[in-house]
Design a protein around this ligand. Sequence first.
Ligand code: GLA
Length: 384
Amino acid sequence: MNMKDTVHRSFSEQYGGTGDFYASSGRINLIGEHTDYNGSFVFPGAIDRKIVVEIRRNGGNRARVFSVNMGEACEFGFNEEDIPRTAWARYIFGVCREIIKLRGAVLGGFDAAFAGDIPLGAGMSSSAALESAFAFALNDIFKTGIDLYGLARIGQATEHNYCGVQCGIMDQFASLFGKAGSLIRLDCRSMEYRYFPFNPEGYRLVLLDSCVKHELASSAYNRRRASCENVVRAIRDSGHPGTEYLRDVSAGMLGEVKGKVSEEDYMRTEYVIEETRRVLEVSSALESGDYETVGRKMYETHEGMSRLYQVSCEELDFLNSIALECGVTGSRVMGGGFGGCTINLVRDDIYESFLDTSVGKYRDRFGFAPKIYPVVICDGAGRL
Ligand code: GLA
């Protein structure tokens, strides 16, 4: 059964009749990690793993929602104190609250069922897809007139205010703006973006899921963000009052605050400065079809995320080193880190042997196999 039929079966069992269908996607990111909240560039694309929602206004003032994957229902009202205990429902509640904050009491009650095939905690943005699917659907059925940027901001604010993650805008943006066959280079300061058709002949993109998710990933993520903000403050105080983001900071400016910021914060900033440069180098390399350079930059990002930003882990470093040994063009930890996937740019001729070797060696070392997700770049949110 396809996902739409699965969702509909639950919808009709729970509420009877039919609603409207919407979907939104998970994402990959080619390069530009932990740069979004630093006002810099990212390079994501939406993928063929989705959240599908069936939804209908119910004429009341409460939401009834059913998660097909969890086999669990949740009902809530729309006041701040109605926040549900159920973790998955908080994303949907948060989206409702953020729409209300923006547009007033335009939101009425609704019934919805949803299902998804984005692995949870794998760094493929299942939560952003859930937020984006509901933001898109609610905006449409209640005619709240919010544009796609606004919907992305609603998802991001949901993470900040209801889920405890001070994330940037990349995941929600990719989930909403994704386009089949293209990656998106987004400038997270100006919010200007450009689609780059991505069809690297002779290469494939594949994710290897370490299947580990480290506890406290969200507090570690928030600490990374706080480090970046510490350095911005220090630089502002040392004669550069216009500095808004690490994007604005050069290696020279960073040198001026050496000794005034912690060593750890200093290292985090070195990474962000280098990563910003790498995204621009990858943009030019993509334009000339130079995938070997793209791949080299991916390895450099892994190195930076592991050594300077310290968001990798033993399992991901191991996957990365196998890729290098196998002669894979590019490989790195993807997304926030602390577990999840590596993204790999692999030549066709070594694709199968690379996957076999990775599975075998990883299993020998850790006792379980990584999961393999070939990447297909698809459209983002929409009505089905
Ligand atoms: C998570 C966040 C994003 C971004 C990435 C790292 O996915 O949600 O905003 O910061 O980590 O690039």
